[in-house]
Design a protein. Sequence first.
Lengths: 156, 205
Amino acid sequence: MSKFKKKKKGQPAISTASLPDIVFMLLFFFMVTTTMRETDLVIKKPVLPTASEVKKLEHKSLVSTIYIGKSRDARISGDKIQVNDKIIDVKDIPNFIFAERALRKEEEVKYMTTSIKADKEASVGTILDIKEQLRDINALKISFSTTRGSDLTSNY
Amino acid sequence: MARRENSEINAGSMADIAFLLLIFFLVTTTMDVDSGIARKLPEKSDQPVEDVIVKEKNVLDITVNRKNQLLVENEFVQVTDIKRLAMEFIDNGGGISAPKDGKPGEPCDYCNGEQDPLSSDHPTKAIISLQSDRGTTYGMYVSIQNEIEAAYNELRNKLALKKYQRSYKDLLSDYKDSGKESIKEKIKFLKDSYPQIISEPEPIK
C-alpha cells in the first residue's frame, strides 16, 4: 500500500564519459613535449661526471652534441668521438659544426652551443683537441655536460 | 527495401585507443634537460698577439698530472681545497686594479681578503691558470672547472648579498623571469667585479 515507496538511493556510478577527453588531453601534452631520440649511440654510453655549478642549456634546438666515450668493442682502446650516429675523427668536427650551422637560420648561429657529453674516464687530451677545433671555426660557446650533484668524489 | 538504420559508432573503445597512444608517448618521451658547465672559448685572431706580461703573483697555477694529482702553487692539494684556495687568491685585493679608461687603478673596496702583498692585486687582475696533462681524466678536469666556477659564484654571491640583499642565483633567476634592464646591470656589475679569467695553456704531452 505504500504508494510512496521509499526510493532506493544507491550510489550513482561515476560518469566515465569524460575519461577519453582527459586521456586525450594528456596524450596531446606528451605528443607535444616528446622529443624522439635522434641519435643512437654507437659508442659505449658515456658516464657523465657530476658537478654542482651547472647551468641548464637553453634553446634545445640550437645545441649540437658531441659524444665521447669508449668503443663498444673492449679490444679497441682510446676515446671515440661520435656525432649523428657515426664515429668521426677530431679533424672532422669542423665539418660537423658547419653542417649543423647550415641547418639553422643565419641569425641564430651565434647562439649555437656545442654540448660535450664525455665519459668521465675520457682523457683531457681528446677534449682539448676538440676545443681547439671548435676555436678554429669560431664555435665558442661550449658546455661540458654533467649530471647535477654535490658529491664530486665519484669523478676521479 | 530494408533500410538499415544508421546506428551510432560505439565510442566506448575510444578511451582504450587513447590510452594506448598515451602509454606509447609516455614511454618514448625524454624529459631530461641537458645541463652542464658553460664555458666560452677564447677567440682566435689572425694577428699574432703580443705577449702580455703578467706578474707571477697575479696568477694562480693549478697543475694536474696524468695520475690526477694536483699542484696548486707548487703545493700538493686535494680537489676539495681548490675552491678555498681560489677564493683566497681572487679576493685577496693586495694592490690596485689595472688602469681603465684613462683612470688610475683603484684598490679593491669590496674584497674581504687578507691583502697579502704576495697574492693577487685585484680580482680583475687575478688569473687562474689550469695546466692539465693529456692523460688526465675528464672527470677530474670537470671537477676542477666546477670548483673554480664555485669559487667565483660564491664571491659574486657574497658581494650581491652585501650590495643588493639578494643572492647572485636569485638575481640570475629574476632576470630570466622578468628580463628587467636594472637586474641585468646588477649582474653585469657583479660579473665585472669578479671576472672569470681562466687560462688553459697547452697540455703536457
